[in-house]
Ligand binder design. Sequence first.
Ligand code: DQA
Length: 136
Amino acid sequence: MKFLFINGVNLNMTGRREKGVYGSQSLEDINREIAARFKDDECTFFQSNIEGEICTALHNAKADGIILNAGAFTHYSYAIRDAIAAIDIPVVEVHMSNVHAREEFRHKSVLSEVCRGVVIGFGKNSYILAAESFKL
Ligand code: DQA
């Protein structure tokens, strides 16, 4: 299968920011682990801190499934929500932390409604569980 993993704003700081929440592994290390785990599949990784670039990545995606951790954009980006709704590729929303056990503003996702499903709270394994869901 072809997977596109998209990480949004501040996810490039993974391993360096709030290690108690997001762990001490870098996003590059996590992506390497994911690629090794799905070595028989085609994995592409994209990260941007810019909302419009994430929309463009969604528009141009050529994949069987998209795994999206939009970071804080999750909670307010109608632009990313509309980009997900605009494409035919299924998107699974991912969060490493359990957003429901955190601040109230993180309890709301404007993306979930247009996603196939949501995986929350399993650290880097959230990405793996989301990709596995496409194989069920
Ligand atoms: C996050 C949760 C978001 O609330 C936060 O803004 C992030 C990361 C997660 O993976 O747990 O940047 O998406």
